[in-house]
Design a protein around this ligand. Structure first.
Ligand SMILES: *Cc1c(COP(=O)(O)O)cnc(C)c1O
Length: 356
């Protein structure tokens, strides 16, 4: 706090990202990073950009990357927007599309960045409770709304909606912008991208941070009607014309072009998720059905705080949230089999009252 702060800054309540500690031997299952590295072809492309050309600004339109993504997703380049991580893309969507006269709707349990953006941009919002099974119910959004944002699969629950359910939501709200944040869709969800042609109010946001193992490169994107993309461009060019550097643009293109590596790594993560899911259930955990690279689980006889603290003592880091209904859940990123086994062993030890 300093007397030089603006009123805006005084009123913010910033998002708190998962920790990035430097502890040797730590099993880090708290930020949904990929346990596998990025495509070797992406790394090669990034290295090739470490050249004299870095003295020049990158393409402000990221034309080649947008063309690559458009071809990959079967849309036109003017239906693609790219940004410095999908958090930035989402921020632009909040400013460009989600601030309307009526309140923005989103689930009570979802990505905790959404209320942060509402605060930053002065957007009135209402939260809609998940049902008793921690699912989003589309019918619950039948109320006055200026716009809607959902994460699908939802975070931190991992529970997905089908494309049919997203289509039903769009049919019920043809006059409101609807943003679907698909950060985890590649781990078993159904993308809403095929719906953009028939729904000019739909913006789908994806990221290269999770399924493409490029969290450190910061590349996210949105796909939607050209009119929505133009709105994002107007905000971007009022903020930062060059959100993606040359290495990021080149690395992202090479990652998309390496389809075999992408398929192999997301399949491996989904297989490890099965192992994590059954291991946790074997220890007596209730595990929500996940279509993401993490699971959300609680134990009927142990508090989330105690479990997370016990894991930390055993050098295993997971994420926990303190809100109502979710304080006893742990959000556990899917690791490699060896990391999953270390986590399960540590939990087994904690449940047996072991101390260290
Ligand atoms: C990780 C995540 C993002 C943002 O990821 P970026 O690294 O900024 O692309 C967006 N939405 C959800 C739900 C996420 O979990």
């Amino acid at each position: 706090m300093s007397r030089f702060w603006s009123a805006l800054v005084r009123d913010l309540s910033p998002y708190v990202p998962g920790e990035q500690p430097r502890i040797a031997g730590l099993i880090k299952l708290n930020t949904n990073e990929s346990p596998l590295g990025p495509s070797p072809r992406a790394l090669e492309a990034i290295r090739a950009e470490a050249a004299d050309s870095l003295r020049l600004y990158p393409d402000p339109l990221a034309t080649a990357l947008r063309e690559t993504l458009a071809a990959y997703h079967g849309v036109r380049p003017d239906q693609v927007f790219v940004g410095n991580g999908s958090d930035e893309v989402l921020a632009h969507a909040f400013a460009a599309l989600l601030k309307q006269d009526l309140p923005l709707l989103f689930p009570d349990i979802t990505y905790s960045f959404y209320p942060v953006y509402c605060r930053l941009f002065g957007i009135a919002h209402e939260t809609v409770p998940l049902d008793a099974d921690m699912r989003i119910r589309i019918a619950d959004y039948d109320r006055p709304a200026g716009a809607i944002i959902l994460a699908n699969p939802n975070a931190p629950t991992g529970v997905p909606l089908s494309r049919g359910e997203i289509a039903a939501l769009l049919e019920r709200h043809p006059d409101q912008p609807v943003v679907v944040d698909e950060a985890y869709v590649d781990f078993g969800g159904e993308t809403a991208i095929p719906l953009i042609g028939s729904h000019p109010n739909l913006l789908v946001v994806q990221t290269m941070s999770k399924s493409r193992a490029l969290a450190g490169l910061r590349v996210g994107y949105a796909i939607g009607d050209a009119g929505l993309i133009e709105a994002l461009d107007r905000v971007k060019d009022s903020f930062n014309s060059y959100p993606l550097g040359r290495p990021a643009q080149a690395g992202a293109i090479a990652s998309v072009e390496d389809e075999a590596y992408f398929q192999a790594s997301r399949t491996a993560v989904m297989a490890s998720r099965g192992r994590l899911d059954s291991g946790l259930k074997g220890l007596g955990f209730e595990v929500l059905p996940s279509a993401a690279n993490f699971v959300f689980a609680r134990h009927p006889r142990h508090s989330g705080a105690d479990l997370a603290a016990g894991l930390r003592e055993r050098a295993v880091l997971v994420r926990r949230f303190s809100g109502p209904r979710i304080a006893d859940y742990l959000r556990i990123t899917v690791g490699l089999d060896e990391q999953v086994d270390r986590l399960l062993a540590a939990l087994g030890d904690i449940l047996q009252g072991g101390t260290r």
